[in-house]
Ligand binder design. Structure first.
Ligand code: LRH
Length: 523
């Protein structure tokens, strides 16, 4: 029998993946393999099997001036290789590929010139060029005025602030040619839209990711004329911005078909390329098997902690608590807060692996950390001091020292305690965000879904359940790719139904794990 497949291109800050999602009819006996069944009744729901067809490293690369950028051409090569493998896997398995969708991290953007050629590698949001920009912008357009329209939490690297950094003389990047880049820009494309453009030749702005630019109206889901006008008034070079923003599309829109060069390079045919929920977090939330009264943590480089709501919360207390209203699938709002996430741990591991000249064994380290006494101290993992890469163990230790706690950094024996402080802090910060979201939105929460790579981190899940005083349901690990595939499959009619029906497919497809709140004690 012929089966149907969809390719998810999923770009994260530390790696990119190409996954083939094979959709199968449900059967009454269908049961997830390899673990506890999910909480939903899912017998009979279709299932998706994900096959990894490509994985490649990603990370910010300093340019000749030391500015952090993304090597998008390297990503593109990884994507083409992955698409070729996906085509091979599909052929071997008798699967017909009926769609391709791209998602990536938010906020960062590229410019295309008059001929449609990439002007320069996109800046990474961790580049310090925006360090002082937001405060400057807020003097002209107060944060409250922004929030009333775009509903976004304050993050120093929101696309709007990056654009202001780009056109401001005297900015951190003066002399590095940023103004020149803006001067040559005819179109602005967010990272997943850039890849979709290279696949199809068509320029669009997918709305879930566009909602992270600061330029969108969170209520109408359209570019905000008000914010664009005020920005142009404050920063005249940005007067042309409006014309550089592409047409918005909702997830599920067919953007185009593979251009001949890509067909040739990958061996794939006339496959449609669809807009998915192209903000990786939006895809992950779409595939979080949420029921009633559920909060989620999309746990990866960042922990995105919050609720799915039918409408934005644009109140003053919500702004003061720095909660964001990013847009989700099917008209939903992702009401959440950015917690610094596994970035802090990953950077520590990177630095230790560098010291050792060999990769650190993370699972041994986590086992040792779980045997450490908890609650030594809680550092503010949301602090801007942890945003930039480099020397993370020292920065964590300095933050602990400010709380009067001695957290040595030297030698492997010191590592488990430091890891425990990082994870305790992350869990506490997530628990606080869940409680805040619940009270600010006036929605009860009695369960927390952890999806993404962090759902595999047992210690973090246990600590989160303990800190929140709520059960944690962990999985799927590949929520983002799954959300990407589900949107495509529904758009071409292979799946049907609303978000609830899509989440039944998730429950039928993957094993979930439950952690009940209990103290995580050292021995
Ligand atoms: C996670 C993520 C997050 C954004 C950040 C820039 O990958 O997309 O939702 O805030 O990256």
């Amino acid at each position: 029998t012929v089966e149907t497949g969809f390719v998810a291109v999923d770009l994260g800050a530390t790696s990119g993946r190409v996954m083939l999602g094979i959709v199968r009819e449900g059967s009454r006996q269908a049961r997830p393999v390899g673990g506890e069944a999910g909480p939903g009744g899912v017998d009979g729901a279709p299932r998706v099997e994900l096959v990894e067809c490509g994985r490649f490293a990603n990370g910010p690369v300093p340019d000749e001036h030391g500015a952090l950028r993304w090597d998008v051409r390297a990503l593109w090569r990884g994507i083409l290789d992955g698409l070729r493998s996906a085509g091979d896997v599909a052929r071997k398995r008798g699967v017909v590929v009926r769609g391709i969708g791209v998602d990536a991290w938010a906020v960062d953007h590229a410019f295309l010139d008059e001929s449609g050629v990439l002007v320069a590698d996109p800046y990474c949001y961790r580049d310090p060029r925006t360090d002082a920009v937001a405060d400057e912008v807020y003097r002209r357009i107060p944060f409250a005025d922004h929030y009333a329209v775009n509903g976004l939490q304050h993050l120093q690297f929101t696309t709007e602030f990056q654009l202001v950094a780009e056109v401001s003389t005297g900015s951190a990047r003066e002399g590095t040619g940023s103004a020149g880049e803006w001067g040559r820009a005819r179109d602005l494309l967010l990272v997943p839209d850039l890849i979709t453009y290279w696949l199809t030749g068509r320029r669009v702005a997918e709305v879930t990711n566009a909602s992270t630019t600061g330029l969108l109206d969170a209520t109408s889901r359209t570019w905000s004329a008000e914010l664009l006008d005020r920005l142009a008034a404050g920063y005249p070079p940005l007067a042309g911005l409006r014309d550089k923003l592409p047409e918005l599309v909702e997830p599920g829109t067919v953007v185009g078909h593979l251009v001949p060069e890509v067909r040739e390079a990958t061996g794939l045919g006339e496959v449609p390329v669809l807009a998915v929920a192209s903000h990786d977090t939006a895809s992950a939330v779409a595939a979080a098997p949420l029921g009633a009264a559920a909060a989620y943590i999309s746990s990866g480089t960042w922990s995105l902690v919050g609720l799915e709501l039918p409408e934005p919360v644009l109140t003053e207390p919500s702004r003061a608590a720095n909660f964001t209203n990013e847009l989700g699938l099917d008209g939903t709002v992702r009401y959440l807060h950015n917690v610094m996430g596994l970035w802090v741990l990953d950077e520590c591991v990177r630095s230790w692996s560098h010291d050792d000249g060999a990769p650190v064994d993370l699972s041994a380290l986590l086992a040792a950390a779980s045997a450490e006494p908890g609650s030594r101290c809680l550092v503010d993992v949301d602090g801007g001091e942890f945003l930039a890469p480099g020397d993370m163990p020292r920065r964590v230790s300095d933050a602990a020292a400010r709380l009067g706690v001695d957290l040595p950094v030297d030698g492997p024996a010191a590592r488990p305690a430091l890891v425990r402080v990082v994870l305790d802090s992350l869990a506490a910060s997530s628990a606080r965000a869940i409680a805040d979201a619940s009270s600010l939105a006036g929605v009860p929460v009695d369960v927390v879904h952890v999806v993404g790579g962090g759902s595999r981190n047992e210690l973090l899940c246990r600590l989160t359940a303990e800190a929140a005083g709520l059960p944690v349901i962990a999985g799927p690990v590949e929520a983002t790719a799954l959300g990407n595939v589900l949107v495509q499959a529904r758009a071409v009619g292979v799946l049907s139904g609303d978000l609830t029906a899509l989440r039944d497919v998730v429950r039928a497809s993957v094993a979930l794990r439950r952690y009940d709140p209990a103290p995580v004690t050292g021995h």
